[in-house]
Write a protein that binds this ligand. Structure first.
Ligand code: WT7
Length: 664
């Protein structure tokens, strides 16, 4: 490292507050600090400002209907179409030749869709879906990797009022079937395969295996041909259709966008919770789209002239809100990349930023920690001067990684927004407005204007600044989930019961609980500490420990299992599995391999245990409850917490010795 670098590092290390540059502020979409008061004084009407970013076919009567909490309704009486807002209106407004999607395949091939191209293909696919029998309100499952056909299919669904249900392509066949069954989904769009680190991956085989387990049968499947000659030569079955052939049949077809009620479902997204069964988060057309668009404008500072890149996968909510809906509603250019950040080289991300002159870049702390580990020579070898703003999402970012990002990617010129939100919130909730607020590395920032968040103790009383407590949200917001699919009861018990008076119909008595721990400082900046439920966050991917446990106990020879998250330098958290074998089965490599395979089959490779520790017992309280906290301490090599309430205190030390032996 050069002398100058060392000095810089030392200076950055000391600094705990950063100001956005005058140059940034001067051009920012939001730069008036009065916006916080304005929203507070004029709540909930302030949210008209978000709705005004959209075209409405029918004006709404009321901004918020809070007469039946927690079943809030936003922009009631309004009608709109999400596809019209993301595509048609730009074509009509003279932007038909502006680039909507820049796609880069792993092998370096590129595809460019102007808004006109997108309009044509979305219309044709919407016509195809209709011909296949998809009607308004039918749930269409999209099990696709990062190919342009995924946003095209999403928008085509939105156009005809069929909610989409995107399932991350890295999920297993079983996970696909679980989600299709839960959503009563009879239609599927998938693809033959995709590339990972240079090699083609067979996706259709996995899809077909999943389809065999869909209880209610499937009316039609559409298959995108991604691999061409590298394909695996599967024959399409009777109700399986080739994407290109369908589009050829529909050449030049147009389908009028369906006028959807503001509260009509735009999509479902399954996410992990405390139980083994994933939760079907329901998002709506008016509230969600307004919120994703508003936050893209106010936080990501996106303008239609921008080239914007979010490196997430569309299979997660980040990709829905901030690759597809927000950026396209604003008429900007959104970049999509198919592959991994280190293929063919570790400069791939910076190569893409340079090539497309990316203005705004949004990624996850886990990626930043990997870039940091690889070293600054990779970003330094590229011209990153087009960047204006950087963002992170998905997990807490440690100040060191924040500063590395600020220095080596942003050249100390770009504000960094650390955005806290969830699948359920639809969009960003806690972060700095980059044109208004200073940044504090490690702290997400204050709640956004109009968002009322508090840190409370177990009784729901506000805790003092500096003390750890539980994050709560005290007022509804347009992007919030409306319920869990066909399960209003679970919606209440998962998110509201903890801190609300559930007998009351006064909205002031209802408090949303995101299941995160947090603390606040004297300036109202919130630092999110992590989940307080049995959900772990591996590389920004949310996994339920119960889901992984049930996969492990399904493996022959396993009697019992407990899964916890252990700290991991790059991934944030890693999966640690503690396993008791069944009588007559031997612990060892064979069983370990079968356990890993079992988890990959049930969920996918992202949930693969980092460590499988065989143990004769699990630490349990006298009432038989597994003490996960102790298992976490063991995984983290931390000092053990109180073991005096255990029925079997000796076991913890035995487990600890085993973990040490394995990691040496
Ligand atoms: C959980 C939500 C939001 C899209 C990606 C993840 C954690 C998210 C941050 C942040 C600290 C964060 C929380 C949250 N999280 N962003 N900036 N700082 N923690 O969505 O899969 O629904 O997970 O991710 O624990 O509850 P998700």
């Amino acid at each position: 490292m050069a002398q100058g670098d060392t000095e810089l590092e030392a200076r950055l290390e000391e600094q705990d507050e950063f100001e956005p540059s005058e140059e940034f502020v001067a051009q920012a979409n939001v730069s008036d600090a009065g916006i916080y008061d304005e929203f507070e004084e004029n709540w909930p009407e302030c949210w008209e400002r978000a709705a005004d970013l959209l075209d409405w076919d029918e004006e709404y009567d009321e901004v918020l209907d809070d007469s039946n909490p927690p079943f809030y309704e936003w922009f009631t009486g309004g009608e709109l179409n999400a596809c019209h807002n993301c595509v048609d209106r730009h074509v009509e407004n003279g932007d038909k030749n502006r680039v909507a999607i820049k796609w880069e395949g792993e092998h370096g091939e590129t595809r460019t869709y102007t808004y006109q191209d997108l309009y044509r293909e979305v219309n044709e696919f919407a016509a195809a879906l209709r011909d296949l029998g998809v009607e308004e309100d039918d749930v269409v499952t999209l099990y696709m990797p990062m190919v342009p056909e995924l946003p095209i299919a999403m928008l085509a669904c939105a156009r005809i009022g069929a909610p989409h249900n995107v399932v991350f392509a890295g999920f297993s066949a079983e996970a696909l079937a679980t989600r299709m069954n839960a959503a009563d989904s009879r239609f599927l769009v998938t693809c033959d395969g995709y590339y990972r680190r240079g090699d083609p991956l067979d996706h259709l085989d996995k899809t077909n295996e999943g389809l065999d387990s869909v209880d209610h049968g499937v009316d039609a499947t559409v298959v995108v041909d991604r691999l061409g000659d590298d394909g695996f030569g599967h024959d399409l079955k009777g109700n399986q259709h080739d994407w290109d052939e369908l589009l050829d049949e529909q050449r030049g077809e147009r389908v009028d966008p369906v006028e959807r009620d503001a509260e009509d479902m735009l999509f479902l997204m399954y996410t992990s919770g405390t139980t083994g069964q994933p939760k079907g988060v329901k998002h709506t057309t008016g509230g969600y789209l307004s919120y994703a668009t508003w936050t893209s404008h106010a936080v990501l500072d996106i303008e239609k002239e921008d080239t914007y890149w979010c490196s997430a996968d569309i299979g997660w909510i980040t990709g829905h809100s901030y690759i597809v809906y927000g950026p396209l509603a604003l008429g900007s250019t959104t970049v999509m990349y198919e592959g991994t950040p280190d293929f063919p080289n570790r400069d791939r991300m910076w190569d893409i930023v340079e090539k497309y002159a990316v203005d705004v870049f949004y990624t996850a702390p886990t990626a930043i920690r990997a870039f940091m580990k690889w070293g600054s020579k990779y970003p330094e070898s590229r011209d990153l001067s087009s960047l204006r703003l950087l963002g992170t999402v998905g997990e807490p970012i440690n100040p060191r990684a924040w500063k590395w990002y600020y220095e080596h990617i942003g050249n100390e010129n770009c504000p960094v927004v650390d955005t806290w939100w969830q699948t359920e919130t639809g969009g960003m909730m806690i972060t700095t407005l980059p044109g208004v607020k200073n940044m504090k590395p490690g702290s997400a920032g204050p709640p956004l204007p109009g968002i009322d968040a508090q840190i409370v103790d177990t009784n729901g009383d506000e805790v003092e600044p500096g003390r750890a407590g539980y994050l709560t949200v005290n007022k509804p917001w347009p992007g919030m989930l409306r319920t869990l699919y066909k399960n209003d009861e679970r919606y209440i018990s998962e998110y509201w019961e903890e801190y609300s008076d559930t007998d009351s119909d006064d909205p002031d008595d209802w408090v949303y609980f995101p299941e995160d721990g947090a603390k606040v400082d004297d300036d109202g900046y919130i630092t999110v500490l992590g989940r307080v439920d049995d959900v772990i966050n591996v590389s920004g991917h949310r996994l339920g420990t119960m889901e992984i446990e049930s996969a492990i106990v399904g493996v022959e020879g396993v009697a019992e299992a407990a899964v916890v998250g252990g700290n991991h330098e790059v991934k944030g958290e890693a999966v640690y599995a503690y396993v008791i074998t069944e009588d007559g089965y031997e612990e060892g490599e064979d069983l370990r391999a079968r356990i890993i395979e079992g988890v990959e089959d049930a969920i996918g490779p992202i949930a693969r245990p980092e460590q499988v520790v065989f143990t004769p017992e699990l630490p349990k309280t006298r009432s038989g409850k597994i003490m996960r906290r102790l298992l976490e301490d063991v995984a983290n090599g931390a000092e053990l917490g109180n073991t005096s309430t255990l029925r079997n205190p000796d076991i913890v030390e035995q487990i600890e010795a085993k973990v040490h032996a394995q990691s040496d």
